[in-house]
Ligand binder design. Structure first.
Ligand code: AP5
Length: 215
């Protein structure tokens, strides 16, 4: 199974990608996570992309193409955060054609702007294992410590009001053209991402079953 998760910043892509990857044995490929690791290492790629990520802008399409191509190793995967515009969607098609495979569904997590602001201001992440928390709806068992590995939780550098606004604008700018691209291919699936995470997951499963992607 080959899935794309698309949505505004904070719509729950990472949260749902983690669950779907573990339930269906898919490789999770999160472009944001990969790029943040490079920034953390201080690699040349990390230094190149940091300025864009800090401002909430998209990294150049040609740069992220190489990163995605290098990480698409498995036949079963879930893409979190790629593609984000029509050009990236076309690039992905080309990469997959070379591998003789194609996408099964493009899942859009539909969430209001007010929900996004709440989710991102209260998000905490584990810098060691990547587990995602929310101070109200998915709090850690012990204050500020990861349930999985015990590391201290952090707030992401780009979860500040100014950068959140820019990321939201970038999402709005690109969504119509990418929706049209996947609607034309019959792959577009829209899900109410504003519900609790278990209900979002159920809706995704139900819609994939309707499309005969899941049995
Ligand atoms: P990226 O890391 O992908 O950030 P994003 O798209 O802004 O999305 P987020 O990771 O912020 O949110 P999410 O949708 O994963 O939500 P989450 O599950 O964490 O990208 C960062 C940057 O990298 C970009 O700005 C860009 O610079 C660069 N980049 C990435 N991809 C690129 C590309 N293709 N091209 C060019 N540049 C690229 O959830 C958020 C919070 O809500 C958490 O606290 C969570 O616990 C909570 N939550 C989740 N679901 C629910 C629910 N159902 N109910 C209640 N709370 C929930």
């Amino acid at each position: 199974m080959r899935l794309i998760l698309f949505g505004a910043p904070g719509s729950g892509k990472g949260t749902q990608a983690d669950i779907l990857a573990s339930q269906f044995n898919l490789e999770k490929i999160s472009l944001g996570d990969i790029l943040r690791k490079e920034v953390g290492k201080g690699s040349s790629l990390g230094m190149e992309v940091k300025q864009y990520m800090d401002k909430g802008e998209l990294v150049a399409d040609d740069t992220v193409r190489g990163v995605i191509a290098a990480n698409l190793r498995d036949d079963n995967f879930i893409l979190d955060g790629y593609p984000r515009n029509r050009k990236q969607a076309e690039t992905l098609e080309g990469i997959l054609e070379e591998k003789n495979c194609s996408i099964d569904a493009f899942i859009y997590l539909d969430v209001s702007q007010a929900t996004i602001v709440d989710r991102l201001s209260k998000r905490r992440v584990c810098p060691k294992c990547g587990t995602i928390y929310h101070l109200d709806s998915m709090p850690p068992k012990e204050d500020n410590l990861c349930d999985q590995c015990g590391a201290g939780l952090e707030q992401r550098d780009d979860d500040n009001p100014e950068t959140i606004k820019k990321r939201w604008d970038v999402f709005l700018e690109n969504s119509k053209e990418i929706f049209d691209f996947y609607k034309q291919k019959g792959l577009f699936v829209s899900v109410d991402g504003g519900k609790p995470k278990e209900e979002v997951l159920e809706e995704i499963r139900g819609k994939l079953q309707n499309k005969k992607i899941l049995t």
